[in-house]
Design a binder for this molecule. Structure first.
Ligand code: PLP
Length: 398
């Protein structure tokens, strides 16, 4: 293994006494981010004022950083741009896919998908009022259901709750064989597992930068459009910054060449500055090393928890090829157990109805943290320390 995970750990500012197993929901703060954001505020915004759009290169940030994100997900240069939120990018990609397959009416997804993906698809079908159907099957039934009625598959590679991982290459090939397009949500893949968008032949993909890419709360989403579609797709959200010549202020919309047409409005410059510094963490990280270490840590955590906590039921697949970078366990009192863990400095999260979720990120988590987290969980389970009124009170965000 070439990657030095002790060195990457030193690039993060984590609070003393905390074991952070929730980077799958909000990545921690890379040490270089505050200075870069401060520079964007004081030197760029403060001193350059509006001239910073040119002088500091703000206008080109979505494509410049899009290419850097693209390197982490196997995208061809020039195929990724940044902006908005993942929900909006799902809408854009799906609407583009449906326009490219006008004779087909089925959007095929699975019941493990994140709710926003399903809501957006349903909302889009309602808006189009053209007879589209969102078909939601069990994850293991999706492959057999890809037929010539399907316009687009709407799948999240790694299930946010269980960590189950689809075979992106196989399902994409199946979609193409049936004449359908494949959209992949990479929210729990980008920065978590090796992704090869170009090699898989994916048509569209999108994901967030605030999870495993550590760009901070509210950081923009990314969207990928395969080169063979990039100059023909019609973006449903035809914003001025996706125009071929925004500063011509032409009343007629003409899409920009390539994926840049998926830009909508003004880019979130301060969040992009945070992302720029956060991406530096990946210099010297080999994705194959990251994957090997993530699987080793997850195996270690699962073994320790299963040995000490017979009441917790593993819901993450054991098979390496079928899981992402997290371990999830079900328990009817999962919420209270997670609150007891957080009170002891082990931060994971809870996903309704009963799932304790632990993201294991080698960039800043090592075997010692895994062992300690498992020991603290074992102690909570053995003593029923979770059964206190304050741990049952539900907060707004779980
Ligand atoms: C986190 C997540 C989202 C979040 O979408 P936002 O618009 O960024 O809030 C969407 N889809 C999946 C699969 C996710 O895991």
């Amino acid at each position: 293994m070439q990657t030095d995970f002790t060195a990457t750990r030193a690039l993060f500012d984590l609070p003393e006494g905390v074991i952070y197993l929730d980077g799958n929901s909000l990545g921690p703060l890379p040490r270089a981010v505050p200075a870069r954001v401060a520079q964007a505020m004081t030197d760029e915004w403060g001193q350059m004022l509006i001239t910073a759009w040119n002088k500091a290169g703000w206008m080109g940030l979505p494509e410049r950083l899009g290419d850097r994100v693209g390197q982490l997900i196997g995208a061809e240069p020039g195929t990724v741009t940044l902006g908005d939120t993942l929900s909006i990018k799902v809408f854009q990609a799906l609407s583009a896919a449906l326009q490219a397959r006008p004779a087909r009416k089925v959007i095929l997804s699975d019941s493990g998908n994140f709710p926003t993906d399903l809501y957006i698809a349903q909302g889009l079908a309602d808006l189009l009022a053209a007879g589209h159907e969102l078909r939601v099957l069990a994850p293991e039934e999706v492959e057999a259901a890809i037929d010539d009625t399907v316009a687009v598959t709407l799948l999240t590679e790694v299930d946010y709750r269980t960590g189950r991982k689809h075979d992106m290459k196989r399902l994409t090939a199946k979609a193409h064989a049936a004449g359908a397009l494949a959209f992949w949500d990479l929210a729990h893949s980008a920065g978590a597992v090796p992704v090869d968008l170009a090699g898989c032949g994916a048509d569209f993909a999108a994901g967030c930068t605030y999870k495993y890419l550590n760009a901070g709360p509210g950081a923009p989403a990314f969207i990928y459009v395969a080169p063979r579609h990039a100059d023909t797709v019609r973006p449903a959200l035809a914003g001025w910054l996706g125009h071929e010549a925004p500063f011509a202020f032409d009343p007629d919309y003409r899409p920009a060449p390539g994926t840049a047409r998926m830009r909508v409005g003004t880019p979130p410059v301060l969040q992009l500055a945070a992302l720029e510094a956060a991406l530096d963490v990946w210099q010297g990280v080999d994705m194959a090393d990251l994957r090997a270490q993530s699987l080793a840590l997850t195996d270690r955590f699962i073994a320790a928890v299963e040995a000490a906590c017979p009441d917790l039921r593993l819901v993450t697949p054991r098979d390496h090829a079928s899981r992402g970078s997290q371990a999830s366990f079900a328990h009817p009192e999962g919420y209270a157990i997670m609150q007891a863990l957080i009170a002891r400095g082990v931060i994971g999260d809870f996903r309704a109805p009963d799932i304790l979720r632990f993201g294991l990120t080698p960039l800043y988590i090592g075997p010692a943290e895994v062992d300690q987290a498992a020991a603290i969980l074992a102690e909570i389970m053995a003593t029923r320390a979770w059964d206190r009124p304050e741990y049952h009170a539900r907060a707004r965000v779980t």
